[in-house]
Ligand binder design. Structure first.
Ligand code: GUN
Ligand code: ZN
Length: 441
């Protein structure tokens, strides 16, 4: 086996901890930086001047002086089968599921449909600068199989799972306790830990699983070391009332999941908008994570996520698109909506915190921060080249930006997939928007 060696020179930004915008801690910015990648992993990161002094030949660099090189973006909550129903009019959660989402998911019975959609979905992620995601498939194991195959072929770090749903869903879109367990088990055995892939046990949400199915999901989590759990929690007021009537024995929505052993540091709950103090406390003490999905929460009229209260309870919060309830694949656009959701509650989101959340923060949300999320030596070299000014409005704003914070804030508020110039997986380019202008060093 030969070794591969590539050197990139550009302005480079990454996070080493949750940044402190006041003290300036938690991130490194190299206006003229170099990233050395060997065999798909970060070998060295530093300033061009320092590395040149240490003997690195700068002529061998791929040089992008007008771009910003950052870790790949990470999306901890997204539904690949819902690409086609993004932007479907007029309904809130439960009616939206019945009218648009469930019919779209039925089509994934056909394995060929799954293969085509999985491939298209991964292309959309990569062109949006997203290199890792935690993904819902459908109840059909062939749709999960198609997703993992497409991700393996592209060498992507992905977490995904087959949806478990044995009640309150249409005929033809339900599994059973037994088939859900058998299919999940065989998918875990085939895919968990293979390549860069991991498995998430995926009961859709409390209303579509029987008690027996939730209990079975808990047993699978305990049986297989390192698998994840993903589900939805406390998104919509009607949904919460429905959970109350379906599970009268539970103290609250979270208690349904808790009583079947579904909480913990590898559990990612989508939304968590309307939580009680008790629920937040319990999520915090179990190390459970929440995925904040601002475009979805606004689009479906679900509510305003309270980041400050959630973090004060000690809960790790990621930021996610939730396509197709969410309206954009772009985590930049998602951060702009996060800013507005929080601004209306008096919690303005600093761009350093926002970009931290979309990279190292989301790697932590997925307990993958030992592999991805920043350019610490030894990590997998998934990264993006960002052009902070591509549209007229962005260009004129960026020309006026007087500091890194201002550049990043304008990028966060005005940016989307058009700002992703290129995406690299383990040092290999997998997406380029236009012919990249490369300067020789
Ligand atoms: N709750 C249960 N299923 C879904 C889904 O597919 N999308 C969203 N946003 N919420 C859900
Ligand atoms: Zn969702």
């Amino acid at each position: 086996m030969g070794t591969s060696f590539r050197v990139f020179r550009a302005p480079i930004l990454h996070f080493t901890a949750r940044p402190d915008p006041v003290s300036g801690g938690g991130y490194e910015y190299f206006p003229d930086g170099v990233l050395v990648v060997r065999d798909g992993h970060v070998e060295t990161l530093g300033s061009a001047a320092d590395l040149s002094r240490q003997g690195l030949a700068l002529e061998q660099c791929e040089h992008y002086p007008d771009k910003l090189l950052m870790p790949g973006l990470i999306d901890p909550h997204i539904h690949y089968p819902q690409t086609g129903v993004i932007a479907s009019y007029g309904e809130q959660l439960i009616d939206w599921l019945n009218q648009y989402t469930f019919p779209a998911e039925q089509a994934f019975r056909d394995p060929e449909h799954g293969r085509i959609r999985a491939s298209e979905f991964l292309d959309l992620l990569l062109e949006s600068g997203t290199t890792t995601a935690m993904v819902y498939t459908t109840i059909f194991p062939q749709s999960t199989e198609a997703f993992f195959e497409a991700a393996l072929e592209r060498n992507l770090r992905m977490v995904a799972g087959k949806v478990m749903m044995d009640r309150n869903a249409p005929q033809g879109l339900r599994d059973t306790v037994a088939s859900g367990v058998a299919d999940t088990r065989s998918l875990i055995e085939r895919w968990h830990g293979r390549g860069r892939l991991d498995y998430a046990v995926t009961p859709r949400f409390a209303p579509t699983s029987s008690r027996e199915q939730l209990a079975a999901a808990g047993r699978l989590l305990r049986e297989y070391e390192g698998v994840y759990l993903q589900t939805h929690l406390s998104e919509n007021r009607g949904e919460i009332a429905w959970v109350g009537s379906l599970f009268p024995e539970a103290r609250d929505y979270l208690d349904v999941y808790d009583s079947y052993g579904l909480l913990g540091p590898r559990s990612v709950f989508g939304h968590g908008i309307h939580l009680s103090e008790r629920e937040r406390g319990r999520l915090g003490e179990t190390g459970s994570r929440i995925a904040f999905c601002p475009t979805s929460n606004l689009f479906l009229g679900s509510g305003l996520f309270d980041l400050a209260a959630t973090e004060e309870a000690g809960i790790g919060v990621g930021v996610a698109t939730d396509v197709g309830g969410g309206t954009s694949f772009s985590l930049l656009e998602t951060l702009a909506e996060a800013y507005k959701v929080l601004q209306i509650q008096g919690q303005p989101l600093h761009p350093l915190i926002g970009l931290y959340m979309a990279t190292l923060g989301n790697a932590r949300t997925l307990a993958l921060d030992d592999r991805i999320g920043n350019f610490e030596s030894g990590k997998e070299a998934d990264f993006i080249l960002v052009d902070p000014g591509v549209s007229q409005v962005q260009k004129q704003r960026q020309e006026r930006a007087r500091s890194l914070d201002e550049v990043l804030f304008a990028l966060m508020m005005l940016g989307d997939e058009r700002n992703i110039a290129a995406t690299y997986i383990q040092g290999v380019p997998v997406f380029q928007r236009d012919q990249l202008e490369r300067e020789s060093a």
